[in-house]
Write a protein that binds this ligand. Structure first.
Ligand code: SF4
Length: 231
């Protein structure tokens, strides 16, 4: 059960208010960074467990080599691809995952993103999750940002922020967190895209492992911030 331990004031805090406060601070983030669906999809797979700057270096390498599309990189040998994405760490695994996804993309949809991301969302999501190496965060990033499908992306930052705000339990599962958010915000694609981006920005900038609550726009609505836990 999520949220049963909360005080009344925290339970009444609206996620839409939290989004508005973050939007005032950071402005619309325009996520996901990428010139086209190929770049967004490749970036989403490369972004697993690594800072975005490293992903950018790998994307630059792919562009310089003229293979920054799933169709083109599928023609590379795995070790050739791995050499181009070394900055993203775990590059052998990621090369394998990229090639697996590219082959699936070709087989299922002939490299047509509209076909790949069409159809009933739960079935589509399950098929992508079935691909080895693609977890829920990556699959949901692909669906939301490359596929324009209405799926909220949850990550470790989301878990940490909602817990500190006093909205969800520390050990809430991915699905519980996703469900919690989706029940409380309007079903709006632009909002889904930007809210996740705002959470990432806040957690990298202010609500870090050691948070700077004094600089945080959410302090008045945050259980941890109001209690002075981190002062
Ligand atoms: S007040 Fe502190 S703990 Fe709460 S969201 Fe802001 S930085 Fe995080």
């Amino acid at each position: 059960m999520i949220g049963l331990h909360l005080g009344e004031n925290m339970k009444q805090t609206k996620l839409t208010d939290i989004y508005r406060l973050l939007l005032e601070l950071y402005g619309n983030r325009g996520w996901w960074p990428g010139e086209n669906q190929d770049e967004i999809a490749i970036g989403a797979i490369l972004a697993q467990s690594v800072a975005w700057q490293n992903v950018e270096k790998a994307l630059r390498n792919l562009k310089q080599r003229g293979v920054c599309s799933l169709a083109k990189l599928a023609e590379l040998e795995q070790d050739e691809l791995a050499a181009l994405i070394v900055p993203t760490l775990y590059y052998n695994q990621k090369a394998e995952r990229l090639l697996r996804f590219a082959r699936y993309f070709q087989a299922e949809a002939g490299y047509d993103f509209a076909r790949l991301f069409s159809g009933e969302i739960n079935g589509l999501r399950s098929r992508l999750l079935f691909l080895k190496g693609l977890g829920p965060e990556t699959v949901d990033s692909l669906l939301l940002y490359a596929g324009d499908r209405l799926v909220f992306v949850v990550d470790a930052y989301t878990r940490r922020l909602l817990y500190r705000l006093g909205l969800t339990a520390e050990k809430a599962s991915y699905d519980e967190l996703q469900d919690y958010i989706c029940r409380r915000i309007p079903r709006d694609l632009a909002l889904y895209k930007d809210f996740h981006a705002q959470i990432v920005c806040l957690c990298k900038d202010i609500c870090k492992a050691k948070p700077r609550c004094g600089d945080c726009p959410l302090r008045e609505v945050c259980q941890a911030g109001r209690s002075g836990s981190f002062d």
